[in-house]
Design a binder for this molecule. Structure first.
Ligand SMILES: Nc1ncnc2c1ncn2[C@@H]1O[C@H](COP(=O)(O)OP(=O)(O)O)[C@@H](O)[C@H]1O
Ligand SMILES: [Mg+2]
Length: 456
């Protein structure tokens, strides 16, 4: 186990984000390295992909795991890492309004979200499109060599589908920048963001009749990936989470169109039709493997993606496109809660009270709960643990045994199948109940509600 002395000090601001996010059941946007446990193999595989992308190849992976297994966490980890390595990243969660393809612009909506979330090392919270373009304009220069550089940069783009439209817009942006024409610049930005709804609108404002649409947005992702290299980045990493939303599409034909899009992306990466581009999609086993509605209902994908006869539980093939995430083991969770106790203690400035044996007991209690085998995910364990730390901190007179009994006690209310809000709801991806609501009235945890938000 980590000992307190050698553990890295977590800055307060980061500690607050970590504790708040985990208590709310979401993956923290920052500070992941302080809490990451396990996943060495998976991370190594994805880092290998990044190296390929930097070299001009493309990669495509599915991250598959149950709710709470750690898909979003891993996506976020890779995202952070990629930004640090000078990649541009774009992420989007699918939803009923955001798909890969759809009659009402649901594909384009995903594209827009991706571009809105475009992030770099210096703009990790998204909205980096303008920054990227300006950096490119500055790097290209405005003299005669600038023109040559420009021509050399645009040439490979022009060979791609929609390359002429895309490069025309880039040239427009550059010219407008050099002339200080902010209006044209913002029209080009609007165009690149896929925000023109009609061709006539684009014609009026930009004199072009092409716009980015539901059917061709992915071509523009490929163009962006290639362009970004000219702008000084290593490539583009696209992260798409919540694939289950495709599984949930009621209409068979619509669903198949969406899977067809995945097939296109997947084939592109294998056939060398995409460059400097990585795509990672996160989904539950069902959303991938279900033969009626999942990705595997699309035979062309199923035949390409199913594992060969050789891969086994204990002998995984990390070159295969599907990476299966096992839920964190008890040992990994133990390391994690140990780290969380240290972060909590560091944040509030107290000496950690729970011994390793206490932590083991906590996990035993959690996993001993009714329905734990089917419903309990790391998300709930982590949330419960932070709640325990909060209670312990606010009630210094309570003994550790009292505290652990508290965990066991709230288990009864929390896991009551008739109790409405409980693990069942969380396990289905619903937002975690607000802190403190699951604790019986009169218990010391009542104050925890007020405590849930630290000032950042
Ligand atoms: N490798 C890990 N190390 C530390 N915490 C993790 C790890 N993987 C997941 N978690 C935490 O577990 C919880 C569930 O993970 P999440 O990524 O949201 O699961 P999923 O997206 O698969 O439903 C989150 O609170 C997350 O921060
Ligand atoms: Mg998730």
């Amino acid at each position: 186990m980590t000992d307190t002395a050698s553990a890295p000090r977590v800055p307060k601001r980061v500690a607050a984000v970590i504790l708040n996010s985990l208590k709310g059941g979401v993956v923290p946007r920052i500070g992941l390295p302080y809490i990451t446990v396990g996943r060495e193999v998976e991370i190594r595989a994805l880092l290998t992909d990044l190296a390929l992308i930097a070299d001009g190849d493309a990669s495509f992976r599915f991250l598959v795991g149950r709710y709470g297994a750690g898909k979003s966490f891993l996506l976020q980890t890779i995202r952070t890492h990629a930004m640090g390595e000078n990649f541009v990243v774009a992420d989007a969660d699918l939803s009923p309004e955001r798909r890969l393809q759809g009659g009402q612009g649901q594909g384009l909506a995903t594209y827009r979200e991706l571009i809105r979330n475009l992030s770099t090392k210096t703009r990790p919270e998204g909205g980096a499109l303008t920054l990227v373009l300006d950096r490119w304009v500055a790097a290209t220069g405005d003299d005669a060599t600038g023109e040559d550089t420009l021509a050399a940069q645009m040439a490979p783009l022009e060979e791609l589908v929609h390359g002429f439209d895309f490069t025309r817009m880039l040239r427009r942006y550059r010219a407008a920048s050099l002339e200080g024409d902010d209006e044209t610049k913002s029209c080009v930005i609007k165009w690149l963001r896929g925000e023109y709804r009609t061709k006539s609108e684009a014609r009026t404002e930009l004199g072009t009749t092409t716009i980015i649409t539901d059917d061709d947005w992915y071509d523009y992702i490929k163009l962006f990936a290639q362009f970004l290299v000219g702008a000084g980045y290593k490539g583009l990493l696209v992260l798409i989470d919540e694939l289950v939303n495709l599984f949930k599409i009621p209409n068979t034909v619509t669903r198949q169109y969406n899977y067809e899009k995945i097939l296109t992306m997947y084939n592109d990466t294998l056939q060398g039709k995409a460059h400097h581009l990585g795509v990672i999609m996160g989904g539950t086993p069902q959303s991938i493997e279900d033969r009626r509605r999942g990705v595997f209902s699309y035979e062309a994908l199923r035949s390409r993606l199913t594992q060969g006869r050789f891969a086994r539980e204990d002998m995984r093939d990390m070159l295969a496109p599907i990476i299966n995430l096992h839920p964190l083991t008890h040992e990994e969770l133990l390391v994690l809660i140990e780290k969380l106790q240290q972060i909590h203690a560091g944040y509030f400035g107290y000496e950690p009270r729970l011994t390793e044996q206490n932590l083991v007991d906590f996990l035993k209690i959690e996993f001993g709960r009714v329905g734990a085998d089917t419903h309990l995910t790391p998300r709930e364990v982590i949330r419960d643990f932070i709640e325990l730390l909060d209670i312990a901190y606010q009630n210094p007179k309570l003994t550790v045994d009292d505290l652990l009994r508290e965990v066991g006690g709230s288990a009864v209310t929390d896991r009551d199948p008739n109790g409405g809000e409980g693990t069942g709801a969380s396990a289905l991806g619903a937002p975690a109940p607000t802190v403190g609501t699951s604790v019986a009235p009169g218990s010391p945890a009542r104050d925890a509600a007020a405590f849930a938000e630290f000032t950042l």
